[in-house]
Design a protein around this ligand. Structure first.
Ligand SMILES: NC(=O)c1ccc[n+]([C@@H]2O[C@H](COP(=O)([O-])OP(=O)(O)OC[C@H]3O[C@@H](n4cnc5c(N)ncnc54)[C@H](OP(=O)(O)O)[C@@H]3O)[C@@H](O)[C@H]2O)c1
Length: 286
């Protein structure tokens, strides 16, 4: 495949936008971002037509049904986007000789572990979102032409995410109660975009699952506390237990992902979550 084109789906989302912003670092790769209504990844004909036109070397699937709680009452729609659409993309990649990079989630795990999950750890999703994302991973892996990149706790200056919610609430309230018994690693979408760019630029992408988050481990409470500290906010963060903040979807208590494989295969940079958080907050300020 001679083409240097990278087709991004879900290009207006958090990761999609960050990929477009880092594109210049990966020339001669040329990133083409698409989103609804231009390219609906649940429409096989539309995918085929787009790929016939662009002849991409890589397809990076950033489109997803990401409303974790809403998915509990909307699983068929979540499955169409998170489970069936990746299968359509994989089929189109086989037909048009492209490689697929599909983004997935720590929510495929049940969170009962106590050490970082490796790529081959058994999956056991607790939520509809997790089940539908696992279906998508399986379709991509079965195709033999795709790589799955699992990430977690994604945030950026764009869209809705925990960082932006905390900043908004801090401007409205003297204190915020935040869950302290769910532990994981935040991921700055900018860093993940660079890692995906490095994977493609390496030219040695093969089928497989990879994990990428920022380095370090924290609870949602720690994460919120650091947001307040870095912004100098007087808002107090109060630790609470998961039972005190019931949500429709059950989240894993522990979802730290091991990053050794992506580091050794591609030498990607994995900044500490506090460093990346500061970078994102500076962009939000600016
Ligand atoms: N956000 C997290 O905390 C998190 C954590 C772990 C893993 N992930 C995974 O990381 C990936 C990127 O997440 P993100 O937070 O960047 O997602 P996002 O911000 O929700 O972006 C998803 C994009 O996909 C678009 N989209 C929806 N339906 C589509 C369709 N049928 N065809 C094409 N595009 C469609 C959305 O458009 P609309 O906005 O118009 O619907 C949106 O622009 C996803 O695979 C997600 O599952 C996310």
């Amino acid at each position: 495949m001679d083409s240097n084109t990278v087709l991004i789906t879900g290009g207006n989302g958090q990761l999609g936008r960050e990929l477009s912003l880092v594109a210049e670092h990966f020339a001669p790769l040329r990133f083409v971002a698409t989103d609804l209504p231009e390219l609906d990844i649940t429409n096989a004909e539309a995918i085929d037509c787009c790929m016939a036109n662009l002849k991409p070397r890589y397809v990076v699937n950033c489109a997803a049904y990401t409303a974790v709680d809403a998915a509990e009452n909307d699983e068929p729609r979540a499955l169409a986007l998170n489970g069936h659409a990746p299968a359509l993309l994989a089929q189109a990649c086989q037909k048009h000789q492209a490689r697929l990079i599909h983004v997935s989630t720590d929510y495929v795990f049940d969170g009962r572990g106590h050490r970082p999950y490796t790529e081959d750890a058994p999956t056991a999703p607790l939520s509809a979102y997790g089940r539908t994302k696992l279906a998508g991973e399986q379709a991509v892996m079965q195709s033999g032409i795709g790589s799955v990149v699992r990430t977690a706790w994604l945030y950026s200056p764009f869209g809705n995410n925990f960082v932006k919610t905390m900043l908004r609430l801090a401007g409205q309230r003297p204190s915020i109660s935040v869950v302290a018994d769910q532990v994981g690693s935040p991921t700055y979408a900018h860093d993940l975009a660079i890692a995906i760019g490095q994977m493609m630029a390496s030219g040695k992408l093969s089928a497989g699952i990879y994990h990428y988050t920022n380095a370090g481990v924290c609870s949602w409470y720690d994460f919120a506390h650091e947001i307040m500290r870095l912004t100098g906010s007087p808002c107090r963060i109060e630790p609470i237990a998961t039972e005190q903040y019931p949500t429709p979807a059950i989240r894993p208590c522990y979802s730290v992902l091991s990053k050794s494989k992506i580091q050794s295969d591609f030498g990607v940079d994995i900044p500490h979550w506090t460093t990346s958080l500061e970078h994102c907050l500076n962009r939000l300020k600016g």
